[in-house]
Write a protein that binds this ligand. Structure first.
Ligand code: SF4
Length: 411
């Protein structure tokens, strides 16, 4: 059905590359099934597929079960979906048709949101094809409203009816969202300084939300629009000191928590091992932070800096995609600074991976960067447990304040 849809222009060029995909979405993670699909598969009378489906499905029986998360496929010994054929094609799609796929399989990698009456569609960077289309555009991500043929089987990620209205009835979601994306795409600043500027702005807006002074938010947006063009204010951001200690603590956290971070996904594991080699560290060794600091700085100035100068748009596009698909900043949720902290941690973790991998490869190409970012998105962005454990440890040690996040972000 044709729907007026807001989407990044890269979506128009997406189609699944199937068996040519270097990291099939049918390998390495749990494929969930909605209730309707589960029942369809249970009742399927197909000589081969019927039994195979029945043997492979398992009901979710704990508190997380719902109509959309009703059952799942048990992966085979190689962590592959049991329906995946040797050819790399999906056995269900090939045998009984695409319309029999579950909502999860049909929708992925698309992210569909509805803001008030409008549909929005973007996609997860954990799909390598999406990563290439979204990240490798030097001009930056652009958006367009278009009539799009929305598949009615696609699952909705978020439905925010009236989400854009604050308590005083003013529409604040759009001005906040547009200004946020504008900050991240403002190339007169270093990307880390754009993130710092955004953090200061979001912190200010959060304080107005906390005190229910919604009527002041529009004025603050206008104030910060002027600040971003104020040379003295911007120069003061340049003088902020980075905190290599805090950034390296994150490296250590990453390594210590790796076992729950998706070591099962071979493509991520390869990048992870490259990062460790780039930092000259063994996973199980006791960390010598001083040594790590020296290696980090060497990798940064010898290899990462050059990558950042040549391909800075890649991480900018990563952040813009994240902001759009996660509906940031949604003031209805009242925790926009927490959401910003999470985005900052993702960005910082990604930069650490890239600095380490750059050290191992003596530089970074587009291809290597895409592999790191796509596989990182797959195991970290999709693993709330892991991401929460990183942000929780920042919180527990009081490192989740604006001052700490700023020094984590600073190059
Ligand atoms: S990850 Fe993307 S390109 Fe690869 S098989 Fe899945 S949808 Fe297709």
């Amino acid at each position: 059905m044709q729907k007026e849809t807001l989407m990044p222009t890269y979506m128009k060029n997406f189609s699944c590359i199937g068996s040519a995909c270097e990291d099939s979405c049918c390998v390495g993670w749990r494929v969930t099934l909605d209730k309707k699909t589960f029942k369809n598969y249970k009742n399927l009378k197909h000589p081969v597929l019927g039994k195979k489906l029945n043997d492979s499905m398992k009901r979710i029986k704990n508190g997380t079960s719902s109509d959309s998360q009703y059952a799942y496929f048990v992966m085979d010994d190689h962590k592959r979906c049991p329906m995946l054929e040797e050819s790399g094609l999906c056995g269900i799609q090939a045998t009984i048709g695409e319309e029999m796929l579950s909502a999860t399989c049909t929708t992925y990698p698309r992210v569909i949101n509805k803001v008030d009456t409008n549909y929005e569609m973007s996609a997860k960077l954990s799909c390598p094809e999406i990563s290439r289309l979204a990240l490798l555009n030097p001009e930056g991500i652009e958006f367009e409203h278009t009539e799009y043929d929305m598949n009615s089987a696609w699952g909705m990620n978020n439905d925010f009816l009236d989400s854009s209205k604050s308590e005083n009835g003013e529409n604040l979601f759009w001005p906040l969202r547009m200004f946020t994306i504008g900050i991240i795409q403002n190339r007169s600043l270093e990307l880390s300084d754009r993130m710092i500027f955004l953090g200061i702005f979001i912190n200010k807006v959060q304080s107005l939300i906390d005190s229910k002074e919604y009527n002041k938010i529009a004025t603050v947006i206008a104030e910060y629009k002027s600040k971003i063009n104020n040379k003295e204010y911007i120069a003061s951001l340049m003088n902020i000191k980075s905190s290599p200690e805090l950034q390296l603590r994150l490296v250590v956290e990453l390594i210590q928590k790796r076992n729950v971070s998706g070591g099962e996904v071979p493509r991520y594991l390869e990048s992870y091992i490259d990062m460790c080699k780039g930092f000259n560290i063994q996973e199980k060794e006791t960390f010598d932070l001083e040594k790590l600091k020296i290696t980090y700085k060497e990798n940064y100035s010898n290899y990462y800096k050059r990558f950042n100068e040549d391909y800075g748009y890649i991480l900018e596009n990563y952040l813009v995609n994240y902001i759009f698909e996660s509906l940031f900043p949604n003031i209805k949720k009242s925790d926009i600074f927490n959401h910003f902290t999470r985005m900052s941690v993702l960005y910082s973790m990604l930069r650490i991976h890239l600095v380490g991998v750059a050290g191992y490869h003596n530089g970074l190409s587009e291809e290597i960067a895409i592999k790191v970012i796509q596989s990182f998105a797959r195991v970290v962005e999709h693993n709330m447990f892991y991401l929460n454990s990183i942000t929780d440890s920042l919180q527990q040690s009081g490192m989740d304040t604006l001052a700490h996040i700023v020094s984590l972000l600073k190059e």
